[in-house]
Design a protein around this ligand. Sequence first.
Ligand SMILES: Cc1cc2nc3c(=O)[nH]c(=O)nc-3n(C[C@H](O)[C@H](O)[C@H](O)COP(=O)(O)O)c2cc1C
Length: 177
Amino acid sequence: MRVLTLAGSLRAGSLNARLLREAARLAPPDLSFEAWERLDELPHFSPERDIDPPPEPVADLRRRIQTAEALLFCTPEYIHAMPAVLKNLLEWVVSSGVCVGKPVAAWSASPSPEGGAKAQASLAHTLEVMSARVVPEASLCLTLAASSLDADGRLADPAQVARVEAALRALAAAGTP
Ligand SMILES: Cc1cc2nc3c(=O)[nH]c(=O)nc-3n(C[C@H](O)[C@H](O)[C@H](O)COP(=O)(O)O)c2cc1C
């Protein structure tokens, strides 16, 4: 199952992006990962700009979502919601319909004890409105600080490793006919 990963942060040292890289290493062998890391290239969405052909990064995003068999989002929490840059990405995607019926894992990572649960909920809700198939068992809110990942980007806490692995297994199972 080909999984496209999308992080909701522009930060160079993003914990969310690092968690997605670690997820690719922890994944069961039936999942292969590709990361879409062009979030900073997307223009601000406006319906007037949603023309044919769309801006090149938008076309690339839609094509990669279309060809992926599942999506894995990981979002930070900004002011109790997903960051504007990630909502902007979803606004570019909605009219294309490429998320419809697609199995999706919605994750959040934040240093807070709730692990960005409000952002995860807002992300999952928006994806459901877009008719994506958000997989509840594959959802994850992880309390993550810089110290949670070692120099190689590996998760140090076995309990967190187990939660990531379980979420990935659930995503893999959701794609099994
Ligand atoms: C503008 C702003 C607002 C934030 N609001 C929240 C918040 O509401 N809840 C939370 O848990 N963390 C909040 N944070 C902390 C982020 O979750 C934290 O910086 C996280 O590491 C960002 O993700 P990243 O490392 O992938 O960039 C906020 C950070 C910023 C910059």
